[in-house]
Ligand binder design. Sequence first.
Ligand code: FES
Length: 115
Amino acid sequence: MASQKRLICKSSELRDAGNGVRFATHDKNGEEASAFVIRHHGVVFGYLNRCAHIQVELDWQHGQFFDADSELLMCATHGALYLPDTGECIGGPCRGAFLTKLLITEKDGKVYLMD
Ligand code: FES
């Protein structure tokens, strides 16, 4: 079956280490889920907006996923720190766990979620 893609935002909406763009999707169980895309070192990555510690959204302020140094994603609830490119937690209460990664592509100035 051919994969489907869904437009999430324009490339220009994602600055490197800037605010992410949130969107609604479904998890692997078909439940509604919040998700986001961010840009890190030029590349766009996307994850479900669910901390690996407790299933709460990561961003306290909508769209603000990066920590103060702009190199890691941070959960606003208990401060778990995640690598932006893999989603691995490298600090905080869920160290070693991963965010749920989404398949994202960027083409012709637009960012897409791939099915
Ligand atoms: S809920 Fe994210 S670190 Fe605890």
